[in-house]
Each structure stands twice: as structure tokens, then as C-alpha cells.
Design a protein around this ligand. Structure first.
Ligand SMILES: NC(=O)c1ccc[n+]([C@@H]2O[C@H](COP(=O)([O-])OP(=O)(O)OC[C@H]3O[C@@H](n4cnc5c(N)ncnc54)[C@H](O)[C@@H]3O)[C@@H](O)[C@H]2O)c1
Length: 372
């Protein structure tokens, strides 16, 4: 097998530290790869006006997969104020590099496995094994927004029946619009990925999460697509649940669920809930997966409070690396890495602060590497 080309994107704050710990494990696995560093994050926004510079886009185009740490993001006005003086007032607008990456490379599936490893003191209940599939490029995160509503839209709103037409009577900067846009293909490909995963990894059921009774056009389409795709997977049961209800049911009976699939925003919410049930941010990993490229990351951010302290838990990132190994068909290495993580958790000798211990980020990386 040829050497894998990995784009190495530490980003900001603790992103750098968790990637360092992960590299210790990948080296212990003798993973045959070249790692090329890519610039991404707040520093590049401030200095260059672009948190995801073109050279990093080019690097991703030449890579087989990417491992990404975390970045800092700030609201648009605050972001502008932190630009170097030469770039201020030029109309540069901050946009999250992660959202841009997902859209630019069409990384349409976000997969977030949430497994309660035995011995993790943070498990909400034992035996939880959830895999959340979240549509990753559309929906309320498509970026189609109007802080000042354009005249064409005001005219359209004024033609609607009450109570919606009353917006059109307000000054167009007194209300704002964020469009929820979902396409049939967008719904279908993430739902298909969820069913395919359930089939491959032996999950008996896929739960389609939606709000079809209220958000009828888009969420209705998602549910109907789920029913249609399910017919192609006769061995897998499909059920469905409203987003609000599933938050309740997941807490009550987490072991009744396995693979779950949702549109972008609902998937974002449910995956954080699921991650919290198996240890929280120190354990939440994710893969942003397209047909050509996949970018793997912990779900936490740059945790400025802990940056530079080597204190946070790298397990989320090490599990993201395990997902990356699976994507690269390095299945044996992926299995070994997960077993090593599980074994360190079960022994309970090395624990970072979130698990009630005092081990550093690198202590945890080294403990896992020793199991390899
Ligand atoms: N994917 C990303 O890069 C991403 C995700 C979320 C937030 N952010 C950005 O990160 C910055 C900080 O955001 P935030 O403080 O709200 O969220 P965060 O995820 O960075 O951290 C919140 C808190 O969670 C805990 N935590 C985070 N990672 C941990 C780990 N690996 N182990 C143990 N505990 C951990 C810490 O207590 C931390 O203070 C913001 O600029 C935000 O926009 C980036």
C-alpha cells in the first residue's frame, strides 16, 4: 500500500496540543504516512484576512485525508477589529474555515460515533453505542442570510398571507432572514451513508430525526427521503423521531438507538447530546466525509482557557485519527488504536482533568501509544 498523504491542520489553542498527542499514537502504530502542515485558524485571519488560506486549500486538494485540531472563531464585528490595521475597513468578512472546508470539498456527511467505553467515569450510562450522521453542507448552515432584507424578498414577503406578511411592513433592517435550504440529493446521500454504515457495521436500525410536522417543506422532504432510501436496505429497520422527542428519548433509553441521521442543525444538536452521554468534549470525535476527501477532527474548540497548558484530553482527537485510519482502509490499525484507547480508559491509571485525574495531554497520548 502506498504512503498516505495526510494534511496536518493543528489550528489554534489546544488544537496544537491534541494533535501532538495523536501523532505519538500514529507513530507507535507505524502508520505509513507523510504529514504536511497546513496553516488554518485565527492567526491567519488576523494577519492575512483569511483563516483558510488558498495554500491550505491546495494542500487539501493533494491530500488523501486531513486531521484537524481546532480553531478559534469570533463574531463578525469582533473578528474585523482583530485584523491587522492594514486590513481593516476593506470589507473582509470572517467565515468559519470549517464550514468553508465542508462546502468547498463537498464533505456532505458528518459522522460522529459516541461509544461509552467501559471504565470511563464520565459515562452517563454503560453500553451506549450511538453513531450520528449529520448532513454537513446545507440547511440553516448554508450561509444564505440577510441581516438587511433585500427589496426582492420584502416584495415576496408582502405577498404572503398573514401573519407572515407583517414582516414586510417593518423597516428591512428590523428583521433578519436565515434560509434553511435542503436539497433532495443532500438529504438522500447522507441518509444513504447512514444506512450503508448500519449494514456494514451490524446496526439493526436507522433512526431518521426530523421536524416534519412543523418545518414541512424541508424536514418533510428529509423524512420522505428516509422512507424511500430505507426500501433499498430491507435488512435494516427504519424508524423516525421528532428532534425534540429524540432528545428526551436518547436520555431515557440510549441503548434503544444505534445509527441516527439528521439535517445539519438538528444533527449538530443531537451529536453534542450524544457526545455528552459518553464523556463530553474530551471524547467527541467526528469525520467530515465526502467522496474524494475526508477531514477528521475532535468536536471541541480551541479551549482558550487551557491553551498552552497541555491539560485537555486528546482522546477525542485520537479517536478521530482512528476514524481516519478506517477511511484509509487501514482497518487493522484502526482496531488496534481503538483497543488501546479502550484499555487505557478501562485501567483508569492515566486520566486527564475532565476524567478526574491529573495526567497531561501528552501523558495520555503516551499511555495509549504504550498499548500499541
Ligand atoms: N471545531 C472547532 O474548531 C470549534 C468547535 C467549537 C468551538 N470552536 C471555537 O473554539 C473557541 C472556544 O470555544 P468554547 O470555549 O466555547 O468551546 P471549546 O470546545 O473550545 O471549550 C469549552 C470547554 O470545554 C472543555 N474542553 C474542550 N475541549 C476539551 C478536551 N479536549 N478535554 C477536556 N475538556 C475540554 C474545556 O473546559 C473548555 O473550556 C471559540 O472561538 C469557538 O468559536 C471551534
Amino acid at each position: 500500500m502506498s504512503t498516505h498523504k495526510i494534511a496536518w491542520l493543528p489550528g489554534d489553542g489546544v488544537g496544537v496540543e491534541v494533535l501532538e498527542a495523536t501523532k505519538i499514537c500514529l507513530d507507535a502504530l507505524q502508520f505509513d504516512a507523510t504529514y504536511t502542515h497546513g496553516d488554518i485558524g485565527w492567526e491567519f485571519w488576523c494577519k492575512e484576512g483569511d483563516a483558510f488560506p488558498d495554500r491550505t486549500v491546495s494542500l487539501l486538494k493533494r491530500s488523501d485525508a486531513a486531521l484537524f485540531g481546532a480553531i478559534t472563531s469570533k463574531p463578525v464585528k469582533e473578528a474585523e477589529s482583530e485584523l491587522v490595521p492594514a486590513l481593516q475597513g476593506k470589507g473582509l468578512v470572517y467565515r468559519s474555515p470549517i464550514v468553508r472546508m465542508r462546502q468547498m470539498f463537498d464533505l456532505y456527511t458528518c459522522r460522529r460515533p459516541c461509544r461509552a467505553y467501559p471504565g470511563n467515569p464520565l459515562n452517563y450510562k454503560e453500553g451506549i453505542d450511538l453513531v450520528v450522521f449529520r448532513e454537513n453542507t446545507e440547511d440553516l448552515y448554508a450561509g444564505v442570510e440577510f441581516a438587511t432584507v433585500p427589496e426582492e424578498l420584502v416584495a415576496t414577503l408582502s405577498k404572503l398571507s398573514k401573519p407572515f406578511s407583517h414582516f414586510a411592513k417593518m423597516p428591512n433592517s428590523d428583521y433578519a432572514i436565515t434560509c434553511k435550504i435542503n436539497s433532495k440529493i443532500g438529504c438522500e446521500r447522507v441518509i444513504r451513508a447512514a444506512f450503508q454504515y448500519a449494514k456494514e457495521f451490524g446496526y439493526p436500525k436507522v433512526t431518521v430525526i426530523h421536524k416534519a410536522n412543523v418545518v414541512r417543506a424541508t424536514e418533510g422532504m428529509f423524512l420522505e427521503t428516509g422512507k424511500r432510501v430505507a426500501r433499498d436496505f430491507p435488512g435494516i429497520q427504519m424508524d423516525d423521531a421528532n428532534i425534540d422527542a429524540i432528545c428526551m428519548w436518547l436520555l431515557k433509553n440510549p441503548k434503544s438507538y444505534g445509527v441516527l441521521v439528521a439535517t445539519n442543525m438538528f444533527g449538530d444538536i443531537v451529536s453534542d447530546l450524544a457526545a455528552q452521554m459518553v464523556g463530553g468534549l474530551g471524547f467527541g470525535c467526528s469525520g467530515n466525509i465526502g467522496d474524494q476527501l475526508a477531514v477528521f477532527e475532535p468536536t471541541h474548540g480551541s479551549a482558550p482557557k487551557y491553551a498552552g497548558q497541555y491539560k485537555v484530553n486528546p482522546i477525542a482527537t485520537i479517536l478521530a485519527a482512528k476514524m481516519m485510519l478506517e477511511w484509509l482502509c487501514e482497518t487493522d490499525k484502526a482496531v488496534k488504536l481503538e483497543k488501546a484507547v479502550a484499555s487505557v480508559i478501562a485501567e483508569g491509571q492515566v486520566r486527564t482533568y475532565d476524567m478526574g485525574g491529573s495526567a497531561t495531554t501528552l501523558d495520555m497520548g503516551e499511555a495509549i501509544a504504550r498499548k500499541l
